[in-house]
Design a protein around this ligand. Structure first.
Ligand SMILES: [Zn+2]
Length: 128
């Protein structure tokens, strides 16, 4: 029998659900809520997983967000170049990045919860 505790899957990640049970939500408000799209709940409403195991845990999300944004800039630059609009890249890329920023910000936090949390806080995450 497999003794490894289960984690929530990719669908739960993209639905912004809890990394342990995959049912409770992570963020307080809708992504369309302009001022508070980034507000994170303190714990999962379903399995009571504490989303912030230590103060400043989500500081590391900044690195994930940076990596995602650099990837977006590079791929957008290639697409714009291939479409022949490269002289407008200075206007198109920042406009698109501002539009996707709420998603990128949330993905950075979710990656902290899905990747870093189970590695660094194994006992808290799996409840041992
Ligand atoms: Zn949960």
């Amino acid at each position: 029998m497999d003794e490894t505790p289960k984690k929530a899957g990719v669908l739960a990640f993209f639905a912004s659900k809890c990394p342990r049970c995959g049912k409770g939500k992570v963020f307080k408000n809708s992504i369309l809520s302009f001022r508070s799209f980034s507000d994170t709940l303190e714990a999962c409403p379903n399995c009571k997983l504490n989303y912030e195991p230590e103060t400043g845990f989500f500081f590391g999300a900044m690195y994930w967000t940076y990596a995602i944004l650099v990837g977006c800039i590079i791929s957008l630059s290639v697409v714009i170049y291939l479409l022949g609009f490269f002289e407008y890249a200075l206007y198109i890329i920042p406009a698109l990045l501002i539009l996707i920023l709420p998603w990128v910000f949330r993905f950075g936090r979710l990656l902290m919860l899905y990747v870093v949390y189970p590695l660094m806080y194994k006992d808290k995450f799996y409840g041992k």
